[in-house]
Design a protein around this ligand. Structure first.
Ligand code: PLP
Length: 565
């Protein structure tokens, strides 16, 4: 073993974040020490923490000229940046020594080029680390997905599908998209003879719009769970006075509802309304509903009306991939998903469609599905232009992760945590809509404790717990909801387990109790509530003390991604 490595190691270890790359990249480090700073080995090293060490070593042994060493160190290798691990800094070093003009625009790190923005990004990172993230749709994606998102794939235009592009240079992009499609099917255990998928939708909302656009005419009829009952905007949301979602402007929507007492979807009423409304698409999907859906019943109702059954599994697609809740694929014609919620991938969308034989006529003639071209053409050229290839790569790698035993363990833990959260809140006397949960979220009905959803959300945010106010079944006003939605995917990513949920419940309970104390002083207006929370020294002191406790607690759990941003 060359002496250089031995002498380098203790020194190098004193830089944060280097231990792991050292172990993994021993071989590469050895190579690096032997190369010129402009050489491939140097560029490939890829961990900024090591650069000062390598550079000083190289100049000490005359492998790099003093000019090269100075050029390298001038690229912002300040003390604060040295501790940032995982930054592929060496790759942006140009061969020229001088950094000026356009070269500066192109090659400077974000923290040099735009410190004002970088400062905000760092603050956001800190907020994520110090808070308890309980917004049910959020998650912390993996380092490998983040690396896809900031890769060169971002640069490429590739309108069309693999093998049929409108631009050249897509040989690898084609392979990446095909890989993403293949793995997406594998993640849901789908037979490629029976299912295909489109991985190009920019996110969940455009994916859903593409499904409607592809399958039905303008003003075609759709039925989805009403937004205040736990559905999504894109399932056709409108109010008495305004068509809110474009899906209610360009298509005719009629909602179905949950039973205001049990909080469960009223399938009988859905069946009745569908018979009258005769929708072309019935949507089975939720953003705030803590129970599994009865896909078989949806299928029956769709069949009775000659409608497509469309499952939007955006929230639960991680749970479905892991096989820990029933899958919609057995019954649906089309399935859409976001990939950034429980699935923990990039911010993007996927549409799955049936293909192959749809039915066989009495004379033995096969009737085939015709969804593939309808869906594909609705996505492009119907609604979108160039695919986001960096996001598609992120889908590919997240769908690979989704097939691992570790991912299954993660999803099992999400549900265990949601149940522990639910049980803890019930024990403290809170009311849970539907009485429990089968999935990753709980909907807390705060009417019995006399706290509004807005007040609860606000006070929890003040103590660094993120969640959202939500209507609960039977709520009189959608503008003043009476509940909060709490989810466990993000906390579970950070390694919290059932025993930690007891602590989380304690924080939430103390926050909500504080909100009562504040209301006692402020009276019913939200503006007064906020003012008292901030200005009453005693109450604000209590809020600040609890916030510190939450932050000290949250900070201890690991966070995937880059260290500082
Ligand atoms: C989040 C969500 C969407 C939309 O996803 P975006 O990526 O936010 O556009 C669609 N449907 C359901 C059920 C969702 O929960």
């Amino acid at each position: 073993m060359p002496a250089a490595f031995v002498r380098l190691a203790p020194l190098a270890r004193s830089y944060g974040g280097l231990r792991q790359p050292m172990a993994l990249d021993k071989q590469r480090l050895l190579l690096t020490v032997g190369t010129n700073t402009t050489g491939v080995g140097f560029k490939q090293f890829g961990t900024i923490s090591a650069l000062p060490v390598v550079i000083s070593k190289q100049s000490a042994t005359s492998r790099a000229s003093s000019q090269q060493a100075a050029a390298a160190t001038s690229f912002g290798l300040s003390r604060s940046i040295r501790t940032t691990s995982g930054v592929l800094d060496g790759a942006s070093l140009p061969k020229t020594v001088k950094m000026s003009g356009n070269a500066k625009l192109l090659h400077e790190n974000l923290w040099q080029a735009d410190p004002e923005l970088m400062d905000l990004v760092r603050k956001e990172k800190k907020r994520q680390i110090q808070g308890l993230e309980m917004i049910a749709s959020e998650n912390f994606t993996s380092l490998s997905v983040l690396q896809c998102l900031s890769s060169c794939l971002h640069n490429k235009y590739s309108e069309g599908l693999p093998g049929q592009r409108y631009y050249g240079g897509n040989e690898y992009i084609d392979e990446i998209e095909l890989l993403a499609q293949k793995r997406a099917l594998e993640a849901y255990r789908l037979n490629p003879e029976e299912w295909g998928c489109n991985v190009q939708p920019y996110s969940g909302s455009p994916a859903n719009f593409a499904v409607y656009t592809g399958l039905i005419e303008p003003h075609g009829r759709i039925m989805g769970l009403d937004l205040p009952d736990g559905g999504h905007l894109t399932h056709g949301f409108m109010t008495a006075t305004k068509k809110i979602s474009a899906t209610s402007i360009f298509f005719e929507s009629m909602p179905y509802k949950v039973d205001p007492v049990t909080g469960l979807i009223d399938y009988d009423k859905l069946e009745e309304s569908a018979r009258i409304f005769k929708p072309k698409i019935i949507i089975a999907g939720i953003s705030c509903y803590s129970r599994c859906l009865d896909y078989k019943r949806f299928r029956q109702i769709a069949d009775a009306n000659g409608a497509y059954m469309f499952a939007d599994m955006a929230h639960i697609s991680g749970l479905v991939a892991a096989g820990v809740i029933p899958s919609p694929f057995e019954f649906a014609d089309v399935v859409s998903t976001t990939t950034h919620k429980s699935l923990r991938g990039p911010r993007a969308g996927v549409i799955f469609y049936r293909k192959g034989v749809r039915s066989v006529k009495a004379n033995g003639e096969k009737v085939l599905y015709d969804l593939e071209s309808k869906i594909n053409q609705a996505v492009f050229p119907g609604l979108q232009g160039g695919p986001h290839n960096h996001a598609i790569a992120g889908i590919a790698t997240c769908m690979l992760q989704a097939q691992t035993p570790e991912f299954k363990d993660y999803q099992v833990q999400i549900i265990k945590n949601a149940r522990a959260l639910c049980d803890g809140l019930l024990q403290k006397g809170y009311t849970i809509s539907t009485g429990g949960t089968d999935v990753h979220l709980v909907l807390v009905d705060l009417r019995p404790v006399g706290i509004t959803g807005a007040r609860a959300e606000y006070v929890l945010e003040e103590i660094s717990i993120a969640c959202n106010k939500n209507t609960v079944p039977g709520d009189k006003s959608a503008l003043n909801p009476s509940g909060i939605r709490l989810g466990t995917p993000a906390l579970t990513t950070r390694g919290l387990t059932e025993s930690d949920m007891a602590r989380v419940v304690d924080f939430i309970d103390r926050g909500l109790q504080l909100s009562k104390e504040i209301t006692a002083v402020s009276g019913p207006k939200l503006a007064d509530f906020k003012r008292v929370l901030h200005e009453d020294p005693k109450l604000n002191g209590k809020v600040q003390a609890l916030k510190k406790e939450v932050q000290d607690y949250s900070e201890k759990f690991p966070m995937p991604g880059y260290e500082e941003f």
